[in-house]
Design a protein around this ligand. Structure first.
Ligand SMILES: Cc1cc2nc3c(=O)[nH]c(=O)nc-3n(C[C@H](O)[C@H](O)[C@H](O)COP(=O)(O)OP(=O)(O)OC[C@H]3O[C@@H](n4cnc5c(N)ncnc54)[C@H](O)[C@@H]3O)c2cc1C
Length: 465
């Protein structure tokens, strides 16, 4: 029987374990052990359900366009739970000079589908509006100068729309998702569809307009589960053989031998035929370094932390219509990176007549809060929210979470480095790298990768060459 170790019980590790359990149930001769350092599975995926509120501490949804999370939810019997974001009221605000200003309608990230809508918005100066308009007239030049190689998000966005658009919406949109400094983030890794649009059309605006004309009406942008994203984890865990899961089992070292992988925890050392390493990338790098220093070097990347504070309010509370707001990094006035009006983004997040707001700290602020108490984080978040939204009543529910080094930064050249890494650790070592450091940070990509690794490992010969 093939023995498989999975290290790390976030969405990546749990999905891999679940997929292996399905394959075993279908007759594959294998068993797996999932080592998780903490007392719970799910990692960053965590839903708190309390007093009628559904509070997401990590991901609150997935991008609808990518099918793999929905497919998994349906296979787990969660089809009835799937709900879309409330896109009829989709608006995102940007904090500007201490006030919330709505992003113009029809923006896809920093690309407007409707240039005229820019005139109805006071988010951008005349200089930026002219830059948007000019982009549609420069298609030929933009196509001609599209670089062959990777570049930063900053240089890509500046070439098309200038610095103001980058600072006002590019930086806040990306830094919350990719832990990023836009001057270092790889445009090919984090904005691949836009790179393809540039290559084909030069102008991103014209490319987007053509795509919208030719494609079927877009479904809602985000999808989630009524009972929260943790339901994915709970359903998978309920179907795992219980002797597969080892909670509070931190893996201290891994060693490759001629017959497999030796996994060391506080309770001893065990041999496995294959290893799925699904810890955060910095942990994976340190575990792998003694075996393969070159692979570890390729896994070197900066990561940034996130801290969230969510508040449930029972009192009536007027909020701007929409999903929430973003604060451009470096803009004076607020330490927040973003806030979500959770009960407006999705139905059923708060009891009738109640509101749920989630404040998000990122970057250096999040790092500085990692050792701050829950109470102090909550009061800072409340203070910052009140400065922007006006007086808020006392919350009936407060949830604070710290996610240290949770968001890896895919720096320029990331795809090339990952191709090289994949080449090195490809399955003839019986090693698979999973999780958000490599080929996508969102739930759908992590689920797709984990399921495909599980299928490969089950099909792969057991002995290390
Ligand atoms: C605040 C926030 C909001 C987000 N929002 C969204 C969103 O809306 N949509 C979306 O698609 N994505 C979102 N993301 C990204 C997404 O949630 C993460 O990329 C994803 O959950 C990471 O999963 P993972 O399995 O790679 O890692 P993790 O969830 O980090 O899991 C890794 C696990 O490994 C364990 N571990 C670590 N070291 C060891 C060891 N030595 N031995 C054993 N176990 C170990 C950890 O305890 C942890 O449980 C968000 C991320 C954050 C931080």
């Amino acid at each position: 029987m093939k023995r498989i170790a999975i290290i790390g019980g976030g969405i990546a590790g749990v999905t891999a374990a679940w997929q292996l359990s399905r394959l075993a149930a279908e007759g594959a001769d294998l068993e797996a052990t999932l080592f998780e350092a903490s007392p719970r599975l799910g990692g960053i995926v965590e839903t708190v359900r309390e007093a009628g509120f559904i509070v997401e501490c990590g991901p609150d949804a997935w991008v609808t366009e990518k099918p793999w999370a929905r497919e998994l939810a349906e296979e787990l019997g969660l089809g009835d739970e799937i709900i879309p974001s409330n896109d009829s009221t989709r608006k995102t605000y940007i904090m500007q000079h201490g006030k919330l200003v709505a992003m113009p309608d029809g923006m896809r990230m920093m690309v407007p589908a409707d240039v005229d809508a820019l005139d109805r918005s006071n988010l951008f100066s005349e200089v930026a509006k002219s830059a948007f308009r000019a982009e549609t007239t420069m298609a030929v030049e933009l196509k001609a100068v599209a670089p062959e190689h990777d570049e930063s998000v900053a240089s890509f966005v500046q070439r098309h729309f200038g610095t103001e658009v980058l600072d006002k919406i590019g930086a806040p949109l990306l830094s919350g998702v990719f832990g990023g400094d836009v001057t270092r983030l790889s445009v090919r890794a984090v904005m691949a569809p836009f790179v393809a649009m540039e290559r084909a059309h030069g102008s991103l605006i014209l490319a987007l307009q053509q795509r919208l004309r030719e494609s079927a009406p877009q479904p809602q942008i985000f999808t989630t589960l009524k009972s929260g994203t943790s339901s994915l984890i709970e359903k998978m865990v309920a179907q795992l053989p219980c002797n597969w899961v080892k909670l509070e089992n931190t893996v201290r070292a891994i060693k490759k031998s001629s017959t497999g992988w030796q996994i060391e925890t506080a309770s001893g050392s065990n041999r496995f035929d294959a290893l799925l390493l699904a810890t955060p990338v910095d942990v994976a790098r340190n575990l792998l370094r003694p075996t393969d220093p070159t692979a570890a070097d390729l896994m070197q990347m900066e990561t940034s932390s996130a801290v969230i504070a969510a508040f449930g309010f029972q009192a009536p509370l007027e909020l701007p219509a929409g999903f929430g707001f973003l604060v451009p990094p470096g803009s004076s006035g607020s330490r927040l990176l973003a806030a979500t009006f959770a009960d407006q983004k999705f139905d059923g997040r708060a009891p009738a007549g109640s509101r749920l707001i989630r404040a998000f700290f990122g970057g250096a602020t999040a790092d500085s809060l990692l050792n701050t108490s829950d109470e102090d984080i909550a009061s800072l978040a409340m203070e910052e929210l009140q400065q922007i939204l006006g007086p808020l009543p006392d919350p009936v529910l407060t949830v604070v979470r710290r996610w240290p080094r949770a968001l890896p930064q895919y720096a320029v050249g990331h795809l090339e480095r990952m191709a090289e890494l994949h080449q090195r650790v490809r399955s003839d070592q019986n090693l698979w790298l999973l999780g958000n450091g490599y080929r996508g940070v969102g739930l759908p990509d992590l689920i797709r990768e984990a399921r495909s690794a599980a299928r490969e490992v089950a099909a792969h010969p057991a002995t290390v060459r």
